[in-house]
Design a protein. Structure first.
Length: 23
């Protein structure tokens, strides 16, 4: 699953992991 590189392993709140864009 190379996709994991772009999308880090995070809880259901993916937005929280991507960054504080949707804090």
């Amino acid at each position: 699953m190379t996709s994991s590189q772009r999308t880090p392993i995070c809880p259901l709140h993916l937005t929280s992991c991507y960054g504080s864009e949707v804090e």
